[in-house]
Structures are given as C-alpha cells and as structure tokens.
Ligand binder design. Structure first.
Ligand code: GAL
Length: 728
C-alpha cells in the first residue's frame, strides 16, 4: 500500500517521504534552509523568450465587431476599473477587414484602436486566418480542409482551411501584410497573435493540397522511393510504391490496417506544415511591427512540435487555460488520477517547458459551452481566482480572460465571459478586480523561476507514435496520469524536458532525476546522451517497452530494452499485456516486461501475479556515478513511491511546509528569494502547516504553524531565507 506522506511514524527519515529506504549513496546533502536552494533543487533554466513581461498583467479578449459601437468606450473604462490593461482583438474578423478580395476596410478597428489609445489600453492584435471569409472559400475551395474521405469542410464554422494550399498561403500573406502594414506602428499595439489555436478543432488535414505537399515533404526527406519504401516497411502487405504519384497521406483504407510508419511521418508532416504557416505570418509581421512588439499564438495542441513553434518562430508562447472542462458533463474526468481541474497544472507544466515565462491568452472566466456540445458549470466563488493563480504559479506572467462579455449570438452563446448577457457588474467581475489587486501584492514574483525536483522527459517521436500505436498509447496515457497524481499528492514538483537528438547534456544535468516513462522509439544519439547523463551522476527511470523501436517505428531486432539495455543491465524475454482473465496487481499495471538481470543490476521488486510471479519487475543498475531504474510495467503510485524513495529524491517542501494531498504546492524562486503557492482545489477547508516562519504576500503578515485554506483558497508566501533577506 502506498505510504501516506503525513504518516510520520512510518517515514524512514524525515526528509524522505517515499516508501523505500534510500539506496546507499542516494542520500543527498540535507536541504539547508540557510544554503543555496540550487544545491539540491533545480530552478528552471534561465532560458528566456525574446519577450518578457515586466509586471503581472491582466488582459481580456474583446470582439468590437460583435458589439454596438456605443458600448466600446464604456467597456474599455470598465475593464480599466477592474485592473485590465490589455485587450486581445481581431482574430476572427477577416470579413470586416477584407469584405471583398483585395478591398480592405480598416475603419471599424481604426476607431476602436483610437479609443484604446485614448484609454491607455494596450492591444494584442490577432491575424484572422482561422476564419477565412465565405467569398474566399467559394472562390478558392482548394483552401478548405477535407476529412479523410476527401469531403471538404465547408464555410460556416472555423478553422476550415488547410496550411498547404498555395492560394490560401497567398491570401494569408495578403491579409497579414495589409494588417501589419496598417497597424504595425500603432502606439496601442504591443503584440501580435497568429491565427487562433493552431491545430485546435482538428489537427488532421486531408485536402488535395495536403496530399501533394506530403509527397513533396517525403521526396525531400527520403530523396528516393527505395528509401521511402524501406522507411515505411512497404514489403509488408505488398504496399511497395513504384512511382511517387502513388504516394498519398492517409486515405480511407480497410479500417485499422493503416501503415503505422506512414502515419508517424504524417504527424511529422502536419507539424511541419503548421510551423511553416506560422513562420509565413511571423516573417511578415516582423517586417512591419515596432521593435519590442511580440509575436505569439495561443494554445498548445497536438500533431504540432510546440517547442519548435515557441522557440524558433514566436517571441512568447501563450496558452488557453480552461480547467472547467474537468466538470463538463459530457467530458468529465475519467477517474481519480485525472485530478479534475488540478490536471491543468500538467498542461501548464508542458507549456512552461516551451516557454518558462509564458502568458495565458484565454483564462476561463465563466461557465463554458457551445450550443452543439460542452456543458460546463459556473466557476464557483473563488475558482476563477484559483485557476488564474494556478496559471501564475506555473509560470504565467500575463493572464487574459476569455472573454469580456458573453456573446449574444453564434455557436458560443453559452461560453460565458466575465460579464453576462445583461452587462451588469457581477461576482466574477469582482473576483477579477480583487485578483488584479492581489497580483500587485505578489508582484515580486513576476518572472520568478519554477523550482522542481525532477524532469519528466518527453519527445515528439514518441508522442506521435503513441497517437497511432494503441499499445504505446495505453501505457503512455496511464503512466502520465499516475506520475502526475503521484507528484501532486506527494508534493514533488517537476518540469517537462523535451528531448531531441540536438539536446545538450547541460539541459539534462540540471535535474538529479529524469523520468522517461516509455521511450519506445530510441535513437543512438539519445541513448548516448542518457548514458552520459547517468555516468555523470544522474538518476534515470524507465518503464516498460523502452527501446522497442527505431525512428521510423520499426521494431529493433535486439534484446529489450534495445539501445538502452546496457544502461538498465536487463533483458526481456517474456512480455505481455496484463491478461484480462487474471487477477491484476495495481502495482504493475497494464503491460508487463518480465525483466532478467544481465549484469550487476539489483532486483528491487518482483511480480506478484501471473505465470511470471516472482520474476523481477523493478531493477536498479549503477552506471558510472549514477543509476538506472527499470520498471517492467506501466507506472503506478506504489512503484513510483518505491523508486523515488530508493533514489533518495527530495522535495523542496520537505522541511518548509506540509500540506494534505488535496493541496497543490508550488515553489518559485527569483534573485535568491523563494515563494510558495498553496492551492486548495476542493470545496472544503484544507489545513497547511508552515514549519518555518513565512510571510504571507496577501496579508503582509508573518506566520508559522497551521493555516486554514478556505474552499478554493490560495495562499502565496515568501520564505524566510536569512542568507538573502530578513523578513521577520
Ligand atoms: C478557445 C478559442 C476561443 C473560444 C473559446 C471558447 O478554444 O480560442 O475562440 O472559442 O475556446 O470556446
């Protein structure tokens, strides 16, 4: 049974909350509160985006084209009164700007921007390419996206275009140039948003233009048909291509029989297409915008290398955070490991790995819903603030709410903004105003770095392989939930580390522990990097099916875990999905690689079920100055507890604060000052216990000992940290 972290008697030592005796040598130096936190913890990398907020800033999404003009000035004044100083506009207004091809009309937005300038309201300007006008798609149907059957997705919703149509790219360049030329020097504009939520709604593209572009992508990648045939394993089922004209992206085939290597390349292709569409717009905007104005886009979606998008194309990454989805009647949390609205912290962690100091372009401010789907309740008192501070805790320095006032027409009449249809001040507006004041109080935290105990490693090859490979997907999804729930409940904060062949060893070495759950695809370069990391003293944790495939998704003809077997010191001869007819062991769920020790690896646990009962399921191997843990199954809380305990992993909170599982703890650090967030996601009081004196940033008051967090309550404290400052 998993040890409860509060169960002091059963702890092996006060600093180790996990369920196993630390391995000899695994104990690190004790966290000395008077020492430098960098000794044992890993504040996030100092890598900064080109754009940095200087202070916490509140914004809101506004659609002047949807409201009578008489309301604009008053709306801006009311926003300012709540503490909002930025509006995001225009991302769906193509028809307003270009009612007919080549005829531009900027008058409506000119008038609105003039009011913004007068009111001192700053503007993030959206390019409207998510909503091509009816005249465009009727005249150029090749611009439309299609479903897998080739049926065009017609005008009438949004994001109905494809990234590869030459006509659509030309028309996109046209509207973006016109807008950037016209508004690039406007004093109210501070930044630009590309499109809206790239790859949202659908991340699959099957238009004619996409098939042709996919073919070109493959020609460039493989040069010869032989190389393509080899990479896609087309000798299987006589799929061999003898002419490039026979090569297409996914088309309807006998269901379930798709070539997996083709699907993997298609994900890579969709990502490239999206990146090139984003780069097309960015290059234009940069020609016309003021120095210092940023280019961003909103959201983080699949089939897209968000790291390259964030780091190579944008100046700032912004995310759209809608934790109320956790309570949607039609999309509810599947099980307890999902952690409801708290699981948005995992998404925010992924965003932080792209951009350490990001923004939230759309932060939920009201109940959500489309008329066709999605039924969400109103955020309960305190939840709007909780969710906004959840974003801040994880690295957001800018929070812009979606949206100012709920639409009176269209698909989103149930997707509520801060204000309701009646336009009166309300509880949610009061919560925004209070939050604005609070952000001033905790202003010292702006730009502070997140402090983590380990990194969860991910890479796009495996993410996309898991999208198409059901064996892979099942373990990957299960383990991600377990790891997140374990880390949250035990207060072991983590970063996500994006691993690619070019990754530097320095990026890995910042973390004492790397958890790389199921790297089924493994390359020589990445295996060498992991080896260097471990030899240098790092702890690497791997789960089942690691090292099974090479980069095209072919299985390697090697004893498992393939290229990683030297590191793990194990071999796998028997492997199986947990048999549905057998009693299962929740400690070793879903898939079991039965481990055999080949060298000096030590067995830490054995299977307790099936015909391989008594065989090793968890081992540790010393390599150089470090260790490699190999778990034969998907991850469970019990096994994570064992591994982290054995590895002597530490939490930055160990001797500072104790909190129940229901509360999320986050630490951020800046110029030697450390701050802790305690976030209560429940509708009940929760008590945290400050073991050292701390200063509440909300109350400007020192405190120590028990503190009750009210339902949905959040506390932010600065730690007393004598070496740097004397607060108390
Ligand atoms: C976001 C989108 C917004 C709005 C919102 C509510 O995904 O960017 O435009 O649609 O969801 O549905």
């Amino acid at each position: 049974m998993q040890r409860h972290w509060l169960d002091k008697e059963r702890r092996l030592r006060p600093e180790n909350r996990f369920g196993a005796e630390p391995a000899p040598g695994a104990e690190r130096e004790e966290t000395d509160l008077q020492g430098d936190p960098r000794d044992v913890l890993c504040p996030q990398e100092e890598k900064r985006q080109a754009f940095q907020w200087q202070q916490f800033t509140l914004g809101v999404c506004y659609y002047p084209e949807q409201w009578p003009e008489e309301l604009w000035a008053e709306d801006l004044q009311r926003m300012k009164a709540l503490g909002i100083s930025v509006v995001r506009i225009a991302e769906f207004a193509w028809t307003v700007f270009e009612p007919e091809e080549g005829h531009y009309d900027f008058s409506l937005f000119d008038r609105f921007l003039e009011l913004c300038a007068e009111a001192g309201m700053q503007v993030i300007f959206g390019t409207p390419t998510a909503t091509p006008p009816a005249w465009l798609t009727e005249k150029y149907p090749e611009a439309l996206n299609a479903d897998i059957h080739g049926h065009l997705l017609r005008h009438g919703a949004r994001r109905h275009y494809n990234y590869n149509s030459p006509e659509y790219r030309r028309l996109t360049a046209g509207i973006v140039t016109a807008l950037a030329e016209h508004y690039g020097q406007h004093p109210a504009v501070i930044g630009w948003q590309l499109d809206n939520e790239l790859n949202c709604e659908t991340d699959e593209f099957y238009s004619e233009a996409d098939h042709l572009a996919f073919r070109r992508f493959l020609q460039e990648k493989y040069q010869t048909l032989d190389a393509l045939n080899e990479a896609w394993g087309t000798r299987f089922w006589s799929q061999t291509y003898t002419d490039w004209d026979q090569v297409f992206g996914p088309r309807p085939v006998v269901p379930g029989g798709e070539n997996p290597h083709m699907l993997l390349d298609h994900s890579r292709f969709v990502s490239e297409s999206c990146l090139s569409f984003a780069a097309l717009q960015t290059d234009i905007i940069r020609k016309y915008c003021k120095p210092g104005d940023f280019v961003t886009t909103n959201g983080m979606f699949s089939n897209l290398d968000n790291h390259r998008l964030g780091q190579e194309i944008l100046d700032l990454f912004t995310f759209d955070s809608y934790p109320d989805f956790a309570f949607a009647r039609d999309r509810g949390a599947a099980d307890e490991r999902d952690m409801k609205d708290r699981r948005w912290s995992l998404r925010l962690t992924k965003v932080r790995s792209v951009c350490p100091h990001f923004g939230i372009m759309e932060q939920q401010s009201g109940p959500g819903g489309w008329t066709s789907c999605m039924e969400m309740p109103v955020p309960r008192p305190g939840q709007l603030r909780l969710w906004a501070l959840q974003s801040v805790a994880h690295g957001a320095d800018f929070i812009s709410f979606f949206r100012w006032r709920t639409a009176l027409f269209g698909t989103e009449i149930y997707w509520h903004g801060i204000l309701d249809y009646d336009n009166r001040d309300n509880r949610r507006a009061a919560e925004v105003a209070a939050l604005a004041k609070e952000l001033e109080k905790i202003g010292a935290l702006c730009g502070a770095n997140f402090v983590s105990s380990f990194a969860l490693v991910s890479d796009y090859d495996n993410e996309w392989d898991a999208r198409h490979d059901v064996w892979h997907r099942r373990v990957a999804e299960h383990s991600e939930k377990e790891i997140f729930a374990f880390a949250q409940k035990n207060h072991v904060p983590f970063d996500v580390l994006d691993l690619r062949d070019e990754t530097d060893i320095a990026a890995l070495s910042r973390y004492p522990v790397l958890l790389y759950p199921h790297p089924m695809i493994m390359t020589e370069r990445r295996a060498a990097l992991l080896k260097e990391y471990v030899e240098g003293g790092g702890t690497l944790i791997l789960g089942c099916r690691s090292g099974l495939k090479e980069v095209h998704g072919h299985v390697v003809m090697l004893p498992q875990p393939g290229l990683l077997r030297e590191l793990t010191g194990t071999d796998v001869r028997e492997f199986t999905f947990v048999h549905p007819d057998e009693e299962t062991d929740p400690a070793t769920p879903l898939f079991n690689d039965v481990l055999e020790v080949t060298g000096d690896a030590e067995v830490l646990a054995r299977y307790r079920h099936s015909f391989y009962r008594g065989e090793p399921c968890l081992t540790v191997n010393r390599v150089g100055k470090g260790s490699v843990y190999h778990l034969g199954s998907a991850f469970s809380g019990e096994m994570l507890d064992k591994i982290f305990g054995h590895a002597g992993a530490q939490s930055p909170f160990d001797r500072l604060v104790s909190a129940p599982e229901e509360v999320e703890l986050v630490m951020r650090e800046k110029d030697g000052r450390r701050f802790v967030f305690a976030l209560n996601y429940t509708d009940r009081d929760q008590t945290v216990f400050w073991k050292r004196p701390v200063k509440s940033l909300h109350k400007d008051a020192p405190m120590v000992g028990a503190q009750v967090l009210p339902p949905f309550g959040v506390e932010v404290v600065e730690l007393r940290y004598e070496r740097y400052n004397r607060l108390i």
